[in-house]
Design a protein around this ligand. Structure first.
Ligand code: MN
Length: 382
């Protein structure tokens, strides 16, 4: 007569199941405890765990997802979906991996920045060779020709340059709140008086905090998560411009007659381009080209901003703008207009940028800031 403690012939012992699934016995015990992979049967007297061979497929999936570095809570989610919907589980894994790559990209940027910063410390510039610089700036925003209200906002002060593109039900308030949350940076001193450079870590922390403050300010406007804002802002320290950026507004640098886009677009189409699934040409006419993957406010979990610090040079011209300009006017046209000489000063430049947006149809709101880096004495002669 079979003892009730004997396992049914068809079940695998935890040892056999561990070997076949390539999960350790210790891991299997843990997965049972957290409800990720419960054994088919637990012997009531001995407490031994027994597994059905049909459970191997799920166990292997768990093992592979662990190798991918996926956290257990997330694995549980994928496995629950996988039981009934293989395609849904595939999408969950794709979503997880996109997030990993975005985090890695953000960390790579931070690593590059720290490497560059430490290399500079190795070969510091002699104080006498450092030329004091200052910025001249102007900001402008316009409702455009179609939209009923202006949800874009722009700000330019002695230390802070910023544009924001609000969207959704409370978009106008969101854009303003994002910029207002940063405005105290314009009053606080983050200026390196001796031009020796502010500690990089300090500056990054200041920006990170500013982005978090802006995000909170936008969220506090309402509980329904159907609105938000982009934010692209630069903080002037006297020798450096530090950037904080989230969304699809842009920052450009005109240097040595070349125009560089400093920001990355946090849009769905840009992720598809990065993955090689879309060409830039296809992206510009994609029906969901303005769909954001990151923004301040309520459009999802990932709100890690792009942070960046650049050493400026006399003659640099910076443009911050919302997509009312950059999506409507080709970069070549912006480049031609921004070249030194075409528009003499920042005030004329922002007026011209708004005109370009309106000439292109004015279908969206527009906001822009232009800042020129100049040697103080020469500004009077210019
Ligand atoms: Mn816009």
């Amino acid at each position: 007569m079979a003892n009730s403690a004997d396992p049914p012939e068809t079940l695998l012992t935890i040892g056999a199941f561990a070997r076949t699934s390539r999960l350790s016995i210790k891991a299997l015990r843990l997965y049972d405890e957290i409800g990720l992979l419960a054994p088919e049967r637990v012997d009531p007297s001995s407490g031994y765990r027994y597994y059905a061979s049909e459970q191997l497929e799920l166990a292997r999936l768990v093992a592979w997802l662990r190798r991918l570095g996926m956290p257990l809570a997330r694995i549980r989610q994928v496995c629950a979906v996988a039981e009934t919907d293989g395609g849904g589980a595939a999408r969950e894994i794709g979503e997880y991996w996109r997030q990993v790559e975005a985090d890695t990209a953000a960390r790579r940027e931070l690593a590059d920045f720290l490497i560059a910063r430490l290399c500079e410390k190795e070969t510091p510039m002699a104080p006498s060779t450092v030329t004091p610089l200052e910025i001249r700036y102007a900001a402008a925003s316009d409702r455009g020709l179609i939209r009923e209200e202006n949800q874009d906002a722009a700000f330019a002060g002695p230390r802070l340059l910023a544009v924001a593109d609000g969207f959704g039900g409370r978009g106008a308030e969101a854009g303003r709140a994002a910029i207002d949350a940063l405005r105290r940076l314009d009053e606080e001193a983050h200026v390196d008086e001796d031009a020796a450079g502010i500690e990089a870590g300090d500056l990054l922390n200041v920006l990170q905090d500013a982005a978090a403050r802006a995000d909170r300010a936008v969220r506090e406007l309402g509980t329904v998560a159907d609105f938000g804002s982009t934010l692209t802002a630069m903080l002037w320290t006297g020798s450096q411009l530090a950037l904080v950026h989230i969304g699809d507004s842009r920052a450009y640098l005109l240097r040595d007659s070349e125009l560089f886009q400093i920001t990355e677009d946090h849009t769905l189409v840009q992720s598809l381009i990065d993955e090689g699934r879309l060409t830039p040409a296809e992206a510009s006419s994609h029906p969901q080209r303005s769909l954001l993957v990151k923004a301040l406010g309520g459009i999802g979990g990932d709100r890690v901003p792009q942070l960046h610090v650049t050493d400026v040079r006399a003659g640099d011209r910076y443009l911050l703008c919302t997509d009312g300009l950059s999506a409507a006017v080709p970069a070549e046209a912006l480049h031609a207009e921004l070249r030194q000489g075409a528009v003499a000063d920042p005030a004329a430049a922002v007026r011209r940028m708004v005109e370009l947006s309106l000439e292109a149809g004015g279908s969206d709101n527009v906001a822009c800031v232009v800042a020129d880096v100049v040697v103080p004495d020469q500004t009077l002669a210019a």
